[in-house]
Design a protein. Structure first.
Length: 343
């Protein structure tokens, strides 16, 4: 049995469970992201790991952090494989915007211990391994695991996310001109909003009151602009309809791993506009805009240039790119091989 630990359950977790369950028994164990609850959850997790120890074949962790310390320790002590899927914040140090595990002393120690002592690291993007960051000039350019843990010796294998293109698809509906959508949770927290690029989106909305913007994922987020609509979390079917009513998808994150919503929106034929961080340039390729610097004027110029081209061709190119390069089956095969579940 595989024990799968994570700080909070997400669509990413559910997709991994869907990939693994047909070939192996897997038990999800949720931890916590609330600091005051950490002592209780460490005790609870220790007891859970001990209880399931006789049946456990290996450990799998989503992100490195507090929740991965005990599975890594159990793996070392009892000779069981422990794999960590690195996803973003666990490979970043950006105190300038209040983001990244490495900006906090004890969380940094837990993250470093976990990555140094696990059996295998599976980042979702090459940029999480090592990157020379240049999107926002105020942020330290040296990011990624190899820059933050120079003596890291643990084997690393990059496995990008994969998407179910039977579910996320172009419905052939009419899309509102000059319509932009972005999806992120927790954006009512100001630092989280900056991480997800909402500060730049708001500037764009302010400068173009005739354009429409839709922000999905946190109903408590407050926009100062009347042309910005805000919605809370949505069911996949509702989100699919919303993607299909918009021309463009905005992923202007200040930092990112491999954003799920970008892949979903592209598969649904939204033309992508994203920042040059994490896996975003790799995902978008030549199917949209990759913004090299966090500058409003540069963003506007690139959008105007795009508007003078064949948007239908870009829309089709975006959906085909996800289908060919980032499909569900491709990730499933790579993940199962990495976990030694198939040959």
């Amino acid at each position: 049995m595989i024990l799968y630990t994570f700080p909070v359950r997400t669509a990413f977790i559910d997709r991994d469970l869907e990939m693994i369950r047909p070939v192996a028994e897997i038990k999800p164990l949720e931890f916590t992201q609330i600091p005051v609850k950490l002592p209780f959850y460490f005790i609870l997790q220790f007891l859970q790991l001990l209880w399931f120890l006789p049946r456990t074949s290996q450990y799998l962790c989503f992100f490195g952090g507090y929740h991965s310390v005990l599975p890594v320790w159990f793996g070392k002590v009892f000779g069981k494989k422990c794999t960590i899927q690195a996803g973003g914040t666990d490979c970043i140090n950006m105190p300038e915007i209040g983001y990244g595990n490495f900006r906090k002393k004890w969380l940094r120690k837990a993250t470093v211990y976990s990555f140094k002592n696990c059996s295998l690291i599976l980042p979702v993007a090459e940029a999480l391994v090592k990157q020379d960051y240049s999107y926002d000039s105020q942020i330290n350019p040296k990011q990624g695991l190899m820059n933050l843990i120079p003596d890291l010796k643990t084997p690393i294998q990059v496995i990008p996310n994969g998407f179910d293109t039977d579910s996320w698809r172009d419905l052939g509906k009419e899309r509102k001109p000059f319509s932009f959508i972005s999806v992120a949770t927790g954006t009512s927290n100001p630092s989280r909003a900056i991480v997800k690029g909402y500060d730049l989106i708001e500037k764009l909305a302010e400068h173009h009151p005739d354009w429409s913007f839709t922000l999905v994922g946190d109903s408590d987020y407050l926009s100062p602009n009347s042309n910005v609509k805000v919605f809370g979390k949505m069911k996949p079917a509702e989100l699919l309809d919303l993607y299909n009513s918009h021309q463009f998808y905005l992923q202007l994150s200040t930092s990112e791993g491999f954003p799920n919503a970008l892949g979903e929106a592209m598969a649904s034929a939204c033309v992508p506009i994203g920042s040059a961080v994490g896996a975003i340039p790799e995902i978008i390729g030549d199917s949209g805009i990759v913004l090299a610097k966090k500058e409003l004027t540069l963003l506007e110029n690139q959008i105007f240039k795009l508007l003078n081209q064949d948007l239908a061709a870009f829309s089709q190119k975006a959906s085909l790119r996800i289908l060919k390069l980032f499909n569900f089956e491709k990730r499933k095969k790579a993940l199962l091989e990495a976990l030694n579940l198939i040959n």
